[in-house]
Design a protein around this ligand. Structure first.
Ligand code: G3P
Ligand code: CA
Length: 383
Protein backbone atom coordinates (compact mmCIF):
# COMPACT_ATOMS: atom_id res chain seq x y z
CA UNK A 1 0.00 0.00 0.00
CA UNK A 2 1.24 3.51 -0.81
CA UNK A 3 2.06 5.42 2.34
CA UNK A 4 2.10 9.19 2.63
CA UNK A 5 3.91 11.21 5.18
CA UNK A 6 0.93 12.60 7.03
CA UNK A 7 0.61 16.34 7.10
CA UNK A 8 -0.55 17.75 10.43
CA UNK A 9 -4.31 17.09 10.63
CA UNK A 10 -5.16 20.75 10.53
CA UNK A 11 -8.59 21.93 9.60
CA UNK A 12 -7.11 23.59 6.52
CA UNK A 13 -6.00 20.17 5.30
CA UNK A 14 -9.55 18.90 5.45
CA UNK A 15 -10.55 21.55 2.96
CA UNK A 16 -8.18 20.28 0.30
CA UNK A 17 -8.88 16.57 0.65
CA UNK A 18 -12.03 16.88 -1.38
CA UNK A 19 -13.43 14.79 -4.19
CA UNK A 20 -12.06 15.67 -7.60
CA UNK A 21 -9.19 17.69 -8.97
CA UNK A 22 -6.92 19.93 -6.90
CA UNK A 23 -8.47 23.30 -6.19
CA UNK A 24 -7.16 26.83 -5.86
CA UNK A 25 -7.21 28.87 -2.66
CA UNK A 26 -10.62 30.49 -3.16
CA UNK A 27 -12.14 27.28 -4.49
CA UNK A 28 -10.67 25.53 -1.51
CA UNK A 29 -12.76 27.64 0.84
CA UNK A 30 -15.88 26.96 -1.18
CA UNK A 31 -15.25 23.22 -1.16
CA UNK A 32 -14.57 23.46 2.55
CA UNK A 33 -17.99 24.99 3.12
CA UNK A 34 -19.93 22.77 0.75
CA UNK A 35 -18.53 19.43 1.82
CA UNK A 36 -21.34 17.28 3.25
CA UNK A 37 -21.01 16.54 6.92
CA UNK A 38 -19.71 13.04 7.63
CA UNK A 39 -22.41 10.53 8.55
CA UNK A 40 -22.49 8.58 11.80
CA UNK A 41 -23.40 4.92 11.23
CA UNK A 42 -24.55 3.03 14.31
CA UNK A 43 -22.61 -0.22 14.00
CA UNK A 44 -25.02 -3.09 14.77
CA UNK A 45 -27.17 -0.45 16.55
CA UNK A 46 -25.92 1.14 19.76
CA UNK A 47 -23.94 -2.03 20.34
CA UNK A 48 -21.75 -0.38 22.97
CA UNK A 49 -24.83 -0.14 25.20
CA UNK A 50 -27.23 -2.93 24.20
CA UNK A 51 -26.94 -6.45 22.75
CA UNK A 52 -26.27 -5.91 19.06
CA UNK A 53 -28.79 -6.15 16.25
CA UNK A 54 -31.89 -5.77 18.37
CA UNK A 55 -34.66 -3.23 17.89
CA UNK A 56 -33.68 -1.82 21.28
CA UNK A 57 -30.08 -1.31 20.13
CA UNK A 58 -31.21 0.35 16.90
CA UNK A 59 -33.73 2.58 18.68
CA UNK A 60 -31.18 3.74 21.22
CA UNK A 61 -28.73 4.54 18.41
CA UNK A 62 -31.37 6.67 16.73
CA UNK A 63 -32.13 8.41 20.02
CA UNK A 64 -28.40 9.10 20.42
CA UNK A 65 -28.40 10.90 17.08
CA UNK A 66 -27.07 8.33 14.61
CA UNK A 67 -27.73 9.19 10.97
CA UNK A 68 -27.81 5.57 9.85
CA UNK A 69 -28.36 2.24 11.60
CA UNK A 70 -26.56 -0.86 10.42
CA UNK A 71 -28.35 -4.21 10.24
CA UNK A 72 -26.12 -7.11 9.17
CA UNK A 73 -28.33 -9.66 7.41
CA UNK A 74 -28.51 -13.45 7.20
CA UNK A 75 -31.30 -15.77 6.06
CA UNK A 76 -33.62 -18.11 7.90
CA UNK A 77 -34.50 -21.55 6.50
CA UNK A 78 -37.68 -20.08 5.05
CA UNK A 79 -35.83 -17.25 3.30
CA UNK A 80 -36.54 -14.36 5.66
CA UNK A 81 -33.80 -11.80 6.23
CA UNK A 82 -32.99 -11.30 9.91
CA UNK A 83 -30.55 -8.95 11.60
CA UNK A 84 -27.55 -10.95 12.85
CA UNK A 85 -23.86 -10.43 12.30
CA UNK A 86 -23.41 -14.16 11.66
CA UNK A 87 -25.45 -17.14 10.68
CA UNK A 88 -23.94 -18.67 13.87
CA UNK A 89 -26.78 -18.06 16.28
CA UNK A 90 -25.11 -19.14 19.53
CA UNK A 91 -22.77 -16.13 19.46
CA UNK A 92 -25.57 -13.65 20.06
CA UNK A 93 -28.67 -15.57 21.13
CA UNK A 94 -29.67 -17.98 23.87
CA UNK A 95 -30.20 -20.86 21.42
CA UNK A 96 -27.64 -23.05 23.21
CA UNK A 97 -29.82 -22.98 26.33
CA UNK A 98 -32.94 -24.13 24.48
CA UNK A 99 -33.46 -27.91 24.87
CA UNK A 100 -35.89 -27.89 21.96
CA UNK A 101 -33.02 -27.01 19.62
CA UNK A 102 -30.24 -29.16 21.04
CA UNK A 103 -30.49 -31.47 18.03
CA UNK A 104 -29.73 -28.60 15.64
CA UNK A 105 -26.20 -28.21 16.92
CA UNK A 106 -23.78 -29.12 14.15
CA UNK A 107 -20.50 -28.37 12.39
CA UNK A 108 -20.32 -26.62 9.02
CA UNK A 109 -17.83 -24.96 6.72
CA UNK A 110 -18.71 -21.28 6.22
CA UNK A 111 -16.67 -19.28 3.71
CA UNK A 112 -13.96 -21.93 3.86
CA UNK A 113 -13.67 -22.00 7.66
CA UNK A 114 -14.86 -24.79 9.92
CA UNK A 115 -17.47 -23.61 12.42
CA UNK A 116 -17.85 -26.36 14.98
CA UNK A 117 -20.67 -27.29 17.35
CA UNK A 118 -22.92 -24.38 16.52
CA UNK A 119 -26.46 -23.44 15.58
CA UNK A 120 -27.05 -21.82 12.17
CA UNK A 121 -29.74 -19.40 11.03
CA UNK A 122 -30.38 -21.36 7.83
CA UNK A 123 -31.53 -24.34 9.92
CA UNK A 124 -34.26 -22.34 11.69
CA UNK A 125 -37.59 -21.02 10.44
CA UNK A 126 -38.55 -17.48 11.27
CA UNK A 127 -41.13 -18.85 13.72
CA UNK A 128 -38.35 -20.67 15.55
CA UNK A 129 -36.05 -17.64 15.45
CA UNK A 130 -38.82 -15.64 17.06
CA UNK A 131 -38.61 -17.83 20.16
CA UNK A 132 -34.94 -16.93 20.74
CA UNK A 133 -33.65 -13.97 22.72
CA UNK A 134 -30.51 -11.93 22.16
CA UNK A 135 -27.46 -12.03 24.40
CA UNK A 136 -24.39 -9.81 24.58
CA UNK A 137 -21.65 -10.91 22.13
CA UNK A 138 -18.68 -9.73 24.23
CA UNK A 139 -19.76 -9.98 27.88
CA UNK A 140 -16.18 -9.77 29.15
CA UNK A 141 -15.79 -6.34 27.55
CA UNK A 142 -19.36 -5.11 28.01
CA UNK A 143 -20.61 -6.71 31.23
CA UNK A 144 -23.30 -4.04 31.71
CA UNK A 145 -24.95 -5.14 28.49
CA UNK A 146 -25.55 -8.60 29.93
CA UNK A 147 -28.28 -7.02 32.08
CA UNK A 148 -30.34 -7.15 28.88
CA UNK A 149 -29.59 -10.78 28.05
CA UNK A 150 -32.72 -12.74 27.32
CA UNK A 151 -34.94 -9.66 26.93
CA UNK A 152 -34.83 -8.73 23.23
CA UNK A 153 -35.96 -10.58 20.12
CA UNK A 154 -34.09 -11.11 16.85
CA UNK A 155 -35.67 -8.68 14.38
CA UNK A 156 -36.39 -9.17 10.71
CA UNK A 157 -35.25 -6.59 8.18
CA UNK A 158 -38.87 -5.54 7.80
CA UNK A 159 -39.15 -4.93 11.53
CA UNK A 160 -36.00 -2.80 11.41
CA UNK A 161 -37.49 -0.75 8.60
CA UNK A 162 -40.77 -0.40 10.53
CA UNK A 163 -38.81 0.94 13.50
CA UNK A 164 -37.02 3.46 11.28
CA UNK A 165 -40.31 4.68 9.84
CA UNK A 166 -41.84 5.02 13.31
CA UNK A 167 -38.84 6.97 14.57
CA UNK A 168 -38.88 9.20 11.51
CA UNK A 169 -42.52 10.06 12.20
CA UNK A 170 -41.85 10.79 15.85
CA UNK A 171 -38.63 12.78 15.42
CA UNK A 172 -39.07 14.42 12.03
CA UNK A 173 -35.57 13.23 11.20
CA UNK A 174 -34.58 11.19 8.17
CA UNK A 175 -32.88 8.02 9.39
CA UNK A 176 -30.81 5.92 7.05
CA UNK A 177 -30.41 2.17 6.64
CA UNK A 178 -27.02 0.60 6.03
CA UNK A 179 -27.71 -3.15 5.54
CA UNK A 180 -24.90 -5.64 5.01
CA UNK A 181 -25.28 -8.94 3.19
CA UNK A 182 -23.41 -11.58 5.21
CA UNK A 183 -21.92 -14.65 3.50
CA UNK A 184 -23.73 -14.07 0.17
CA UNK A 185 -21.92 -16.83 -1.75
CA UNK A 186 -22.58 -19.29 1.06
CA UNK A 187 -26.29 -18.47 1.17
CA UNK A 188 -26.51 -18.64 -2.64
CA UNK A 189 -25.23 -22.21 -2.48
CA UNK A 190 -28.03 -23.07 -0.03
CA UNK A 191 -30.68 -21.65 -2.36
CA UNK A 192 -31.22 -18.78 0.07
CA UNK A 193 -29.90 -15.88 -1.99
CA UNK A 194 -29.88 -12.67 0.04
CA UNK A 195 -30.04 -10.09 -2.73
CA UNK A 196 -33.55 -10.71 -4.05
CA UNK A 197 -35.38 -10.47 -0.71
CA UNK A 198 -33.20 -7.52 0.27
CA UNK A 199 -33.99 -5.50 -2.85
CA UNK A 200 -37.62 -6.57 -2.81
CA UNK A 201 -38.01 -5.47 0.81
CA UNK A 202 -36.25 -2.15 0.32
CA UNK A 203 -38.16 -1.31 -2.87
CA UNK A 204 -41.47 -2.31 -1.30
CA UNK A 205 -40.79 0.11 1.54
CA UNK A 206 -40.12 3.00 -0.81
CA UNK A 207 -36.34 2.87 -0.94
CA UNK A 208 -35.60 2.92 -4.67
CA UNK A 209 -33.44 5.85 -5.65
CA UNK A 210 -29.80 6.80 -5.32
CA UNK A 211 -30.91 9.76 -3.23
CA UNK A 212 -32.72 7.56 -0.69
CA UNK A 213 -30.85 7.09 2.61
CA UNK A 214 -29.67 3.53 2.01
CA UNK A 215 -26.23 2.01 1.52
CA UNK A 216 -26.04 -1.74 0.85
CA UNK A 217 -22.65 -3.16 1.84
CA UNK A 218 -20.76 -6.39 1.27
CA UNK A 219 -17.30 -7.85 1.77
CA UNK A 220 -17.86 -9.79 -1.45
CA UNK A 221 -17.72 -8.37 -4.98
CA UNK A 222 -19.98 -10.52 -7.12
CA UNK A 223 -23.14 -9.82 -5.18
CA UNK A 224 -22.51 -6.07 -5.25
CA UNK A 225 -22.17 -6.27 -9.03
CA UNK A 226 -25.44 -8.20 -9.13
CA UNK A 227 -27.06 -5.61 -6.88
CA UNK A 228 -25.87 -2.81 -9.16
CA UNK A 229 -28.07 -4.35 -11.85
CA UNK A 230 -31.01 -4.92 -9.50
CA UNK A 231 -31.35 -1.53 -7.81
CA UNK A 232 -30.40 2.12 -8.02
CA UNK A 233 -29.68 2.25 -4.29
CA UNK A 234 -26.14 3.11 -3.20
CA UNK A 235 -23.63 0.28 -2.74
CA UNK A 236 -20.52 0.06 -0.58
CA UNK A 237 -17.60 -2.33 -1.03
CA UNK A 238 -16.19 -3.40 2.32
CA UNK A 239 -12.45 -4.08 2.58
CA UNK A 240 -11.16 -6.51 5.17
CA UNK A 241 -7.59 -6.16 6.37
CA UNK A 242 -6.31 -9.37 4.84
CA UNK A 243 -7.05 -12.02 2.30
CA UNK A 244 -9.66 -12.15 -0.41
CA UNK A 245 -13.40 -11.68 -0.79
CA UNK A 246 -14.87 -15.15 -0.41
CA UNK A 247 -16.53 -15.05 -3.84
CA UNK A 248 -13.07 -14.45 -5.36
CA UNK A 249 -11.80 -17.51 -3.50
CA UNK A 250 -14.76 -19.56 -4.72
CA UNK A 251 -14.20 -18.44 -8.32
CA UNK A 252 -10.47 -19.15 -8.23
CA UNK A 253 -9.65 -15.48 -8.74
CA UNK A 254 -6.51 -13.94 -7.23
CA UNK A 255 -8.25 -10.65 -6.41
CA UNK A 256 -7.51 -9.61 -2.84
CA UNK A 257 -8.31 -6.66 -0.60
CA UNK A 258 -4.85 -5.10 -0.95
CA UNK A 259 -5.25 -5.00 -4.71
CA UNK A 260 -8.76 -3.59 -4.37
CA UNK A 261 -7.37 -0.72 -2.24
CA UNK A 262 -4.88 0.48 -4.89
CA UNK A 263 -5.87 3.45 -7.10
CA UNK A 264 -6.61 1.04 -9.96
CA UNK A 265 -8.54 -1.24 -7.64
CA UNK A 266 -10.61 1.66 -6.35
CA UNK A 267 -11.40 2.78 -9.89
CA UNK A 268 -12.61 -0.76 -10.59
CA UNK A 269 -14.86 -0.62 -7.52
CA UNK A 270 -16.31 2.70 -8.65
CA UNK A 271 -17.77 0.93 -11.69
CA UNK A 272 -20.28 -0.88 -9.49
CA UNK A 273 -20.28 0.85 -6.10
CA UNK A 274 -20.63 4.31 -4.62
CA UNK A 275 -18.34 3.93 -1.64
CA UNK A 276 -15.85 1.83 0.23
CA UNK A 277 -15.83 0.69 3.83
CA UNK A 278 -12.18 0.10 4.81
CA UNK A 279 -10.89 -1.32 8.05
CA UNK A 280 -9.62 1.89 9.64
CA UNK A 281 -6.27 0.84 11.06
CA UNK A 282 -4.99 -1.18 8.14
CA UNK A 283 -6.12 1.09 5.32
CA UNK A 284 -6.08 4.60 6.84
CA UNK A 285 -3.96 5.24 9.95
CA UNK A 286 -1.85 2.37 11.28
CA UNK A 287 -0.86 1.89 14.89
CA UNK A 288 2.74 2.58 15.92
CA UNK A 289 4.62 -0.14 17.84
CA UNK A 290 3.65 1.58 21.12
CA UNK A 291 -0.04 1.30 20.23
CA UNK A 292 -0.56 4.97 19.39
CA UNK A 293 -1.97 6.27 16.12
CA UNK A 294 0.89 6.46 13.63
CA UNK A 295 -0.34 9.58 11.87
CA UNK A 296 3.05 10.06 10.20
CA UNK A 297 2.24 6.96 8.20
CA UNK A 298 -1.36 7.68 7.32
CA UNK A 299 -2.12 6.42 3.84
CA UNK A 300 -3.32 8.00 0.60
CA UNK A 301 -6.41 5.82 0.69
CA UNK A 302 -8.97 8.60 1.24
CA UNK A 303 -7.46 10.74 -1.50
CA UNK A 304 -7.32 7.80 -3.91
CA UNK A 305 -10.89 6.75 -3.15
CA UNK A 306 -12.17 10.29 -3.61
CA UNK A 307 -10.33 10.55 -6.92
CA UNK A 308 -12.20 7.40 -7.95
CA UNK A 309 -15.43 9.18 -6.90
CA UNK A 310 -16.00 6.84 -3.98
CA UNK A 311 -17.24 7.76 -0.53
CA UNK A 312 -15.13 6.49 2.38
CA UNK A 313 -16.85 5.05 5.48
CA UNK A 314 -14.27 3.27 7.68
CA UNK A 315 -15.08 0.85 10.48
CA UNK A 316 -15.21 0.42 13.52
CA UNK A 317 -14.78 3.04 16.25
CA UNK A 318 -15.28 1.75 19.79
CA UNK A 319 -15.02 3.83 22.96
CA UNK A 320 -13.58 1.35 25.49
CA UNK A 321 -9.89 1.82 26.29
CA UNK A 322 -9.07 -1.68 25.11
CA UNK A 323 -9.94 -0.71 21.54
CA UNK A 324 -8.34 2.75 21.54
CA UNK A 325 -4.90 3.94 20.47
CA UNK A 326 -2.83 4.40 23.60
CA UNK A 327 -2.88 8.20 23.59
CA UNK A 328 -6.68 8.22 23.76
CA UNK A 329 -7.02 5.85 26.71
CA UNK A 330 -8.21 7.32 30.01
CA UNK A 331 -7.00 5.53 33.12
CA UNK A 332 -5.74 1.97 33.42
CA UNK A 333 -9.03 0.05 33.25
CA UNK A 334 -9.18 -1.53 29.79
CA UNK A 335 -12.99 -1.56 29.93
CA UNK A 336 -13.36 2.10 30.92
CA UNK A 337 -14.51 4.60 28.33
CA UNK A 338 -11.63 6.58 26.83
CA UNK A 339 -11.35 9.56 24.50
CA UNK A 340 -12.86 7.95 21.43
CA UNK A 341 -13.83 11.41 20.17
CA UNK A 342 -10.13 12.15 19.86
CA UNK A 343 -9.52 9.06 17.78
CA UNK A 344 -12.51 9.73 15.53
CA UNK A 345 -11.41 13.32 14.95
CA UNK A 346 -7.99 12.16 13.76
CA UNK A 347 -9.76 10.13 11.07
CA UNK A 348 -12.23 12.91 10.25
CA UNK A 349 -9.24 15.13 9.54
CA UNK A 350 -8.34 12.77 6.69
CA UNK A 351 -11.57 13.76 4.92
CA UNK A 352 -13.64 10.60 5.48
CA UNK A 353 -17.32 10.83 4.60
CA UNK A 354 -18.70 8.87 7.53
CA UNK A 355 -17.80 6.11 9.94
CA UNK A 356 -19.15 3.09 11.80
CA UNK A 357 -19.20 3.27 15.57
CA UNK A 358 -20.55 1.14 18.43
CA UNK A 359 -21.10 4.34 20.44
CA UNK A 360 -23.36 6.61 18.40
CA UNK A 361 -23.38 9.38 21.00
CA UNK A 362 -19.60 9.62 20.96
CA UNK A 363 -19.57 9.56 17.17
CA UNK A 364 -22.17 12.31 16.91
CA UNK A 365 -20.30 14.50 19.41
CA UNK A 366 -17.02 14.02 17.56
CA UNK A 367 -18.60 14.68 14.19
CA UNK A 368 -20.48 17.77 15.36
CA UNK A 369 -17.43 19.30 16.96
CA UNK A 370 -15.39 18.59 13.86
CA UNK A 371 -17.97 20.10 11.51
CA UNK A 372 -18.44 23.12 13.79
CA UNK A 373 -14.73 23.82 13.82
CA UNK A 374 -14.48 23.27 10.10
CA UNK A 375 -17.26 25.67 9.30
CA UNK A 376 -16.07 28.31 11.76
CA UNK A 377 -12.68 28.04 10.08
CA UNK A 378 -14.12 29.34 6.82
CA UNK A 379 -16.56 31.81 8.32
CA UNK A 380 -19.69 29.75 7.76
CA UNK A 381 -21.86 29.43 10.85
CA UNK A 382 -25.02 28.26 9.16
CA UNK A 383 -24.26 24.56 8.82
O1 G3P B 1 -19.94 -3.31 7.87
C1 G3P B 1 -18.91 -2.56 8.44
C2 G3P B 1 -18.43 -3.37 9.55
O2 G3P B 1 -19.57 -3.69 10.27
C3 G3P B 1 -17.80 -4.61 9.01
O3 G3P B 1 -17.49 -5.41 9.99
O4 G3P B 1 -17.77 -7.60 10.90
O5 G3P B 1 -18.76 -5.69 12.08
O6 G3P B 1 -19.77 -6.51 9.99
P1 G3P B 1 -18.53 -6.36 10.77
CA1 CA C 1 -21.39 -4.94 9.34
Amino acid sequence: MHMLRFLAPTLALVGVVGIGAPVGASDRDREFVCRPRPIVIAHRGASGYRPEHTLEAYELAIDLGADFIEPDLVSTRDGVLIARHDNVLNLTTDVAARPAFSGRRTTKVVDGAVVANSWFSEDFTLAEIRTLRAIERIPAVRPDNTDFDGQFRVPTLQEVIDLVKRKECRTGRRIGLYPETKHPTYFDALGLSLEEPLVRTLHRNGYRHKSDPVFIQSFEVRNLKDLARMTNLSLVQLLWLEGQPYDAVAEGSTLDYDEMATPAGLRAISRYADGVGPEKTYFLIPRAPDGSLDVDNATNFVRDAHRANLLVHPYTFRAENVFLPTEFRIGADPLAIGDAEGEIQAFLALGIDGFFTDHADVGVAARNEFVGERDRGCGNRRR
